[in-house]
Design a binder for this molecule. Structure first.
Ligand SMILES: C[S@@+](CC[C@H](N)C(=O)[O-])C[C@H]1O[C@@H](n2cnc3c(N)ncnc32)[C@H](O)[C@@H]1O
Length: 382
């Protein structure tokens, strides 16, 4: 259906009316004489294209999606950076094992690599084929675990994850292709990369592999394991801000220097904390940890950094709810963002109990200082 002239005409019509909402758009297409089944499929596609702009920018307008395929697809800046790194390493042919709608395959092909894309689900494979049309890519519908990889020098495997009741708990058990197959690629092929959920425990990282965590505009989106042949450092945090990548690297085992609360506090990006690179970040702002287990970094000077949000500490306030309420009233805080590291507080319950009122705004950090519970009222920070 994706490449018939009738569908493309219906899709063009659907894109013009999609903003009218499902009922308005369907009515408009019906009055324009579009067959109802074609209209429904075209409207779904037009809606998905709109939703895909955040991940693919303007390119979304000429791509095809399934709902699940879009959810699972790698964002363009991340796949583009991955493809560029493989190309720099000298890779010329790559297999994308479980290619979904082909977002990573597309980035590989656009970087000049020859792509063998394998997808088990026939509908998703058809969408990948449409997205890779005209590029140096072959899409095979089938099981990635049985594909002959003798003609490629690299592989990417981005297994689908089964989520347990929507909970984001990392489990190797729910991966497809399976974990054993995916992790085996790191040693089996000259070059390999695995894309995994950011919750991957560090003890699953094979010796010699590089583990990187990636965030895009504050959202922690993936972890990637790079085969020893591609590894440059043990741990990497890649933070994309407005399309630009910023990187911190290190062994992931360094402890930041201890110290007291200072005038400014930095709340590091999830890619930095997951990669175990808080010490490397702290060094960039001359910062210290007020508790060795907690990743708030304190410093005397503010700084604009892609790796953390910078807040100014206004006051240490009591932790106990009644006294905290009184302290926030005294500061005139009516709008409060609550962040916690090292606190078991139920934030929504606390917010309700605080009964905030006042014209001021602030950020409350619930944390630990030298192993005791603490609350810091802060301001500023983007
Ligand atoms: C997370 S998605 C890949 C997304 C892709 N990297 C992208 O950016 O568009 C994983 C895909 O692997 C497919 N898959 C799962 N098990 C597979 C297998 N054994 N062989 C081939 N494909 C498989 C799923 O159908 C799913 O489309």
């Amino acid at each position: 259906m994706l490449d018939t002239a009738g569908f493309n005409a219906a899709l063009a019509a659907a894109e013009k009316v999609v903003d009218r909402g499902p009922v308005g758009a369907a009515t408009a297409l019906r009055s324009a004489g579009v067959d109802p089944t074609l209209a429904a499929a075209a409207l779904t596609q037009a809606t998905l294209r709109r939703a895909a702009v955040g991940k693919f920018g303007a390119a979304a307008g000429s791509m095809f999606f399934t709902r699940t395929g879009l959810e699972q697809a790698t964002r363009a800046p991340v796949s583009t950076a991955r493809a560029a790194r493989l190309a720099r390493a000298g890779v010329t042919t790559v297999a994308d094992l479980g290619c979904g709608i082909g977002a990573d395959s597309r980035a590989f092909a656009l970087a000049g690599l020859s792509v063998l894309a394998v997808e088990a689900d026939p509908e998703t494979a058809a969408v990948a084929r449409a997205n890779l049309r005209g590029l140096d890519a072959t899409v095979v519908t089938g099981d990635a675990t049985t594909v002959d990889l003798s003609a490629v020098d690299a592989a990417l495997c981005d297994p689908a994850r089964r989520t347990a009741g929507g909970r984001r708990v990392f489990s190797t058990a729910g991966l497809s292709p399976p974990w054993e197959f995916a992790v085996g690629l790191l040693a089996r092929l000259p070059f390999a990369v695995l894309k995994l959920a950011p919750g991957i425990p560090h003890d699953l990282i094979p010796a010699g592999a590089e583990a990187g965590w990636v965030s895009v505009d504050g959202d922690l989106v993936e972890a990637a394991l790079w085969s020893p042949s591609l590894a440059e450092v043990p741990r990497r945090a890649t933070v994309f801000r407005a399309g630009t990548a910023h990187e911190l690297t290190g062994p992931g085992t360094v402890q930041a220097p201890p110290g007291g609360v200072r005038r400014y506090v930095f709340d590091p990006d999830g890619a930095v904390t997951r990669a175990g690179l808080v010490a490397e970040f702290a060094e960039t702002v001359d910062g210290v940890l007020a508790d060795p287990q907690i990743a708030f970094v304190y410093a005397d000077r503010p700084a604009r950094t892609p790796f953390a949000r910078c807040l100014e500490v206004v006051d240490e306030v009591p932790v106990a709810t009644k006294k905290l309420r009184a302290a926030l009233r005294a500061h005139g805080i009516g709008r409060l963002e609550i962040r916690k590291r090292g606190s078991a507080q139920d934030v929504e319950k606390l917010r309700h109990e605080l009964r905030l009122s006042g014209d001021g705004s602030g950020v409350l950090l619930l944390t630990k200082i030298a192993d005791r519970s603490a609350a810091l009222l802060c301001r500023g920070g983007e």
